[in-house]
Design a protein around this ligand. Structure first.
Ligand SMILES: [Zn+2]
Length: 75
């Protein structure tokens, strides 16, 4: 039989193996983006009146739809 002469595909993959990233490499980026998300969450959820960093209602109006979308109390 001619089909039995065909060599089977190799069992070892030719692509390099995927290695896991070490936690020490991810930790600074996780801290940076975690802080960035907390600042964003503050501006969406609490930037208003006595707690406002910037005077006026500009930041509140700018994130107003996101505030309602996330369920923060507003008006
Ligand atoms: Zn509102």
């Amino acid at each position: 039989m001619a089909d039995s002469a065909v060599a089977p595909a190799p069992l070892t993959p030719s692509a390099p193996a995927v290695t896991a990233l070490p936690l020490k490499a991810i930790a600074p980026w996780a801290a940076f983006f975690g802080t960035l998300m907390l600042v964003l969450l503050y501006f969406v959820g609490a930037e208003q009146s006595a707690l406002s960093v910037f005077s006026g209602e500009a930041v509140h109006e700018w994130v107003h739809d996101g505030r309602h979308l996330l369920g923060f109390p507003c008006h």
